[in-house]
Design a protein around this ligand. Sequence first.
Ligand SMILES: [Zn+2]
Length: 419
Amino acid sequence: MARAFGWFLALVLALSAFPAIGGEPNPFLPREEEEEDAPAAEPKKTEKTPGRTATQDPKFLPFTPEGQAPGNEKQDGPKPAPQAAPAPAPAAVCESCKGTGYLPFRQPGVAWIQGEPIPGGRGPAPYQPCPKCKAGLDAAGLEADGQRRMNVAVSRHAGLRQESGLNFLLGQTRHVAVHSQLDANRTRAVLAALNAFTDLVQQSTGVTTLAQTRPDTHEIVVINDQASYSKWLDYLQKQQPGSDFSLAKGSGGMVGWKLSTFRSDKGTPPENCALHQFGWMLMEEATNGKAPAWLKEGFGAYAENAITRKNLMYTFHYEKNEVQFGQNWNEDAQKFAKEQKLKPWEYIFPLDLIGMKPLDYISCYSMTSFLIQANPKAFVDMLLKIRAGTDSKTAMEAAYKRKVPELQAAWGQWIFTQR
Ligand SMILES: [Zn+2]
């Protein structure tokens, strides 16, 4: 298993690393948690480097293999210079499955815990072939593929334990592997929450666009104490000697396209942490890493609220005195809407995670929730356009067939219908 997990890091975005806005970095801390030993960091302006565009602290760019951006590149907003011609329109996709080739397969979710037999039949196979574009596909092949993926996750888990020296329990859904330091029951509750969310998005959208992660390729690591967290970061550091984990050390976790980590010993229910990170990962996968920050962050918060009705996760560092959050951002959105404090969408689109403030996050959450709930099919179309390289505004206006100011006005009304 020499470098079996080396690729891992290549795709990690250390959200934990976002430089401070007003103090020490403490992004991704559960609510009301503060780290004492967060290292200081200087905020960095977005800058372009040849061959890639970055909005993050360049220290964390080594996580990004050249030419394979993990999705944090700037998508929107004022451009310093005219850009090259926009990406060509994507080839027409199958209208039935939106190009994934598969449709949701309705059956109870898999919440598998290490030691149990790998489920047979359609258990691990999350899709059914699209009757329009994959009509001839054999379901047996899908079943075999689902089982193979679960078995790959089992071997990866064994390697991870051995190489990191950490004791984890493996849990799996059809969409993600969870290497967990929680007990089996608590881990199963996390898996159930993740299943509930993949069910919800597939039911609401009718397609699998937002359920394309897999347990052999997408992983969430749940760490339950400081010593293990240090050990885990040391392990990651060994795997990626060129990366700097010093900032991640002062935080409660980090989120990435293929791998996320959170600490479950900080008082926030692990379901909230896992849902937030999983939402982010689903969005990365759906857009092939091209989702802008507002959409990833908004979708993570949406996932958390949709299943738990609470928002307890912060993936940012905030200015402590600006606003106080409640536990349900719907209520906060109403309050700030009444006070006319919510930010215009054109302001939100180009934000990167370094500069985002509390109201920005509430806006991202509320915008994303509005867009997917008001018209889930248009939401998927917007994602496909973003995946094809279109900026937020253009993708949104084309998918929803309305101009941003109109959508924003509708959102302003919708906010007050939410509980
Ligand atoms: Zn199709």
